[in-house]
Each structure stands twice: as C-alpha cells, then as structure tokens.
Design a protein around this ligand. Sequence first.
Ligand code: TRP
Length: 336
Amino acid sequence: MQTDKKTLFSAAQPSGLVTLGNYLGAIKNWVALQDEYNCIYSIADLHCLTVRREPKELRAKSLELLALYIACGVDPEKSCLFLQSHVPAHAELTWILNTLTYPGELSRMTQFKDKSLKHADNVNMGLMDYPVLMAADILLYGAEVVPIGVDQKQHLEITRDLAIRFNNRYSETFVVPEPIIPKVGAKIMSLQDPAHKMSKSDPNENSYIAILDDEDTVIRKFKRAVTDSDNSIAFSDDKPGISNLLTIYSAITGETIAAAEERFAGKGYGEFKIAVGEVVASALAPIRKRTAELLSDKAYLDEIMKKGAEQASYFANKTLSKVYRKVGLYSPERKK
Ligand code: TRP
C-alpha cells in the first residue's frame, strides 16, 4: 500500500440482499475511490451480531458480500479487503473506547432508538455499543476519510468525539476522521413508492432491484415501476418516479440527467422504463456472473480473506499497541 495517499476506511454489514441502491450509492463509490485513497474495506460481520441472525446464513452472506465486492471492482491487490471478525483488534479497541463512552450518548443515537423499537425483544448491549465498534473500526487505521450513507453520520460524529476525547485524555493518538457522503446516486428510491428509499426489507419485491437479480427479473421490475399520469420524461420534484428512473439511468450510464432527458424526449414511459431496465440489466449481468464464479472458488476467497486480515492486522495492531501503552496497560508488545 502506498503511503502518499490519504487513508480511507469503510465497511458494510453482510446483512442480506444487496440492492441497486447499495450498488449505486455505496459500492460503485468504493470502487471509484480506490485510485485516490489508500482504501481499507471491511465486511462488518461483528456488527451483524447485534440483531438476531441465522448463523449459517450470516456465514454465507459474509462470503457472498466479499465475492460481490470483488465482482463489482474492489481490487484486493489495490485495497485491503477483510472480514472484521478476522482482526481481533476491532473488539479489543472497542473495549478501551467503551471506558470513555457514556451510556447516555449511546442511548440517544437515532439508529439505536429505531432498532430498539424494531427488535424490542432483543435490545442487547451490542446494539447499544454498535457505534463504539464502528469508531474502533475507523480509528484503528488512522483513516482520514470515511465514505458513509447519511444514516451513519451520527455514528461518525461519535467516532470523532471519541477520538478527540481520547487524544485529550491521553495525548495525541487518533486521527479525527471526516465523513464523505456521496452526492450523486446516493439515494435511489423504491420503484413502487418513490417517496421512500429503495430497501431490501420492503415486502414488495418489485420495489427493489437486487444486484443478483437476473436480466428478466430486472426488466420486469422496471416495467412495473410506478410513474405518474403525465407523459414527459423530465426530472422534477413532482415527478418522483420518473426522476428516480432518470437518476438510475444517469448513475449507470454516466450520462448527465439533462442528456438523458434529451435522449428520451418525446418517448413514452413504457419505452423509457424498458430502456432503464436494459441498461441496469446489462450492467448487473457481469457482476452476477463473476460473483457466482468467485463463490465457486472458495480456496481463492479464503486466500483473499487471509491476506486482507494479515494486512489489516498489521496496521490495527500498531495502533492498538500504542493505545494500550497510553492507557497504562503493561507490556503491550504485540506480535504481528
Ligand atoms: N454501520 C455501517 C452501516 O451499516 C457499516 C460500518 C461498520 C461502517 N463499521 C463501519 C461504515 C466503519 C463506515 C465505517 O452502513
């Protein structure tokens, strides 16, 4: 890894289906950032345990997400790609940071409050501590920048608070990270209800495109996309369905919204929806194929995971041993 570039950290939970919204909002961005930054990308499997999961499924999803990221263009030669649970320093730093964190600030987190309502029968300490584990993820690597979705902004703020708090109490140790929240394509809306974000947990499967949906399914779902009773293909607040389709088209093809509007001027909604479906289907087809190939080569994936964990551990353990020393733990000479 080159050191003249800034370090960037991001992670995603292997929590199920990956949608077109995730692809355009986050994954494509991860891929694009690889040249500009020293990228460290993690599959946050420990975070996943904060809600109840089927163990077998969690394992399968972790592997699938790893394959999917590689298939989308995250290059394990360029970036460090690893499973969070493979680097024990994440859990270890979480413990230290916990001693600087107050229950009040965690119980006030929007996501904790939302998830506590949603999983009322399982409001566990991990769910509450989720942002501290996230802070440990980021701070271990001295990451200067962290690409996140808007829903994670509060967690990045507490990460910054904890870094500053630690630095003030024990002397300068952590880099205080900055969020980067992508503007373009950050928010893809539901195909059935464009007032809401595209979500894999929507019970209506027609509302989202899964990145591994086959071509026919993709086109069928776009054909059924909700639009409006007007007939002009224009981006506008009062045309959320058409605007969402234009956003998707533009994000996939790289064409500006204005150019896309011009391209489809005078065309009918039916034709436009099929055209969007086709560009999406042909962008996703090679990803689906590559993911399947990778998943059939477990030895290769194991190797990538092992290499990623070794690389990540090297950096993480350096930070952790500094932290151990600063807080007064004895003999923190850690083996690499
Ligand atoms: N909580 C993030 C999400 O659900 C995933 C995540 C875990 C993360 N650790 C992180 C994101 C560190 C950025 C940095 O989207």
